[in-house]
Design a protein around this ligand. Sequence first.
Ligand code: NAP
Length: 325
Amino acid sequence: MTDKVLITQKIYDGAVCLLDEAGLPHHYNDSDETLAPEALRALVAEATALVCLLPNRIDTAVLDAAPHLKIIANVAVGYDNIDVTAATERGIVVTNTPDVLTETTADLAFALLLAIARRVVEADAYMRAGQYTRFELFPEMLGVDVYGKTLGIVGLGRIGTAVARRGALGFGMKVIYTANNRKEAAEETLGAQRVTFPELLAESDFISINVPLTPQTRHLFTLAEFRQMKPSAFIINTARGPIIKEADLVAALAQGLIRGAALDVFEEEPLMHPGLAQFRDRLIVTPHIGSASVETRQNMSLLAVRNVLAVLSGERPLTPVNRVQ
Ligand code: NAP
């Protein structure tokens, strides 16, 4: 069967050009609206490679409809939208886009951290509404310092380490962390200290969530965890929405269990819990833009397509997430 690539949603056109240069036929849904599940199942029947994005759920229904598929190239580092076990059983390679988005996503995490601490979004709205009429030493909009505070990283991996570096080296923060394994390099260069999860909850002034979404991290943060945090603490989530039980975050903010939250990801995207909207000064929300810089989205697209080119030419994928015989 001749190779054919299916691309479910608009990616960087320069990456699609690589397929043209390689003479690979493709079906490119050059649209910001991704393929509906039925359309995806119909089109994937002819495909040997699939380039997909987070809104695409690549479950057994899709895999059963794809008898010729050799590779699923996700344009993201997270791959919780793909049933990797089922793909592996079918001999299908799954790839992601690590590293190219690390610094960009850490930039957003830190932008959110600074913005929620110093009330930047609220201050912008205040100014635009013409409410700045006189300078006050103690305005209503007092923020808190970031410099010298304790930054707790849940998941000191690629992005978590990049966030920790910004905190430790840029803002003199004490870094504490959790991870599956000890991170000696970060301990040496950033002074990061590995702690238990309860210790991290109790000691952090700012918590940055940087774990992948897995069965173990789904609802890692519920009311019970918010109760263990300082009432003055902030939580920043640039990982995946379901790591926080959103209804419990609403309750935690309402009860004053924590000071504030900054979220780039949500439990039921593209929606956010309706209860969150009431918190104007203690919540910042962004629409899943962690990796959304021009350069990084281009690099993610290129890496996904290069994975496709490698696998279809019988070579090893550049960034596999599974091992296929
Ligand atoms: P990574 O390098 O794999 O880092 C994840 C870290 O989490 C690892 O250090 C891992 O520890 C740790 N970990 C895993 N399960 C854990 C658990 N149950 N408890 C504590 N630590 C745990 O991944 P990454 O490249 O930094 O990306 C992290 C996540 O960010 C992605 O999975 C994705 O969902 C999200 N993301 C979001 C955006 C956005 O647009 N908002 C952009 C990029 C990425 P070990 O290393 O010891 O195994």
